[in-house]
Design a protein around this ligand. Structure first.
Ligand code: NAD
Length: 258
């Protein structure tokens, strides 16, 4: 696909952990479309993974960021301002819940477990979008986050992450309303299950993959590339009239009633 949809565009990506990350699939696709990319990483262990990936797409911006740390968030956007002076696209592909909260009964979720999941998986979108907004407004920019169907319906073991994703999807709508007047769009992709580091924390994930293959209208699981194609649409001029939307990229699984 040679459209050069992102020629001259600056894209900042939160959430690459390794080459399987959904965020990396999106990064590669935007790179192929001419984007200039910047990356953040969580901790030194992941830095070793993220730096070579960033280099492979010619990135000049690789910055540490734990989204629970306001000082680190501020420093990321200070560097974006200094290096690029503007931002066209913010990719938020970050989520976390304690492992013990991704199994058993949701009712047993601890206060701390709940707050952790909601802070990292939902509030972080608000915090990042607020810091990015002045830079995005200059460029008529885009914010994109990743969500999952467990926000709408009960999925075994997804538990507190389902509640966090429900908050995230509502945040997308409120942020879209806030930033729309400045020409900034905010959307989410609700991806079908994909084998990644984060997914490996969910008990019974393999069974979910099997179920989709068996039941979804397209009779297959989606890939990082499927999600990336939708991201190209939403974050480029092709999606110019779309904001506050949750777009399913799930082989159609969510349309089934039974
Ligand atoms: P992943 O493990 O590759 O990505 C998750 C990322 O979150 C990692 O890069 C990790 O470093 C980052 N992260 C966690 N805590 C953080 C913190 N405190 N500060 C900064 N970063 C932090 O897995 P993925 O599947 O690519 O997940 C990306 C997004 O896609 C998540 O929001 C996830 O919920 C969503 N999603 C995944 C699936 C799936 O089946 N894999 C389906 C739908 C939605």
């Amino acid at each position: 696909m040679a459209l050069n949809l992102f020629e001259g565009k600056h894209v900042l990506v939160f959430g690459v952990a390794n080459e399987r990350s959904i965020a990396w699939g999106i990064s590669q696709a935007m790179h192929e479309q001419g984007a200039k990319l910047g990356f953040t990483y969580l901790g030194e262990a992941l830095e070793r993974r993220v730096r070579p990936l960033a280099e492979s797409v010619g990135s000049d911006l690789v910055v540490p960021c734990d989204v629970t740390r306001d000082d680190q968030i501020k420093e990321v956007f200070r560097q974006v301002q200094e290096k690029w002076g503007r931002l066209d696209v913010l990719i938020h592909s970050v989520a976390f819940a304690n492992r013990e909260d991704l199994e058993g009964r949701f009712v047993d979720t601890s206060r701390q477990g709940f707050l952790t999941a909601l802070e990292i998986s939902a509030y972080s979108l608000v915090a990042l979008t607020r810091e990015a907004a002045p830079l995005l407004a200059e460029a008529g920019g885009n914010v994109l986050t990743l969500t999952y169907y467990g926000s709408q319906k009960v999925v075994p073991n997804y538990n507190v992450m389902g509640v966090a994703k429900a908050a995230l999807e509502a945040a997308v709508r409120y942020l879209a309303a806030d930033l729309g007047p400045q020409g900034v769009r905010v959307n989410a992709i609700s991806a079908g299950p994909i084998k990644t580091l984060a997914a490996s924390g969910i008990r019974g994930f393999r069974e979910i993959l099997g179920l989709v293959e068996q039941k979804a209208p397209l009779r297959r699981n989606v890939t990082q590339a499927d999600v990336a194609n939708a991201a190209l649409f939403l974050c480029s001029s092709l999606g110019s009239g779309v904001t506050g939307e949750v777009l399913y990229v799930d082989s159609g699984y969510n349309i089934l009633g039974m």
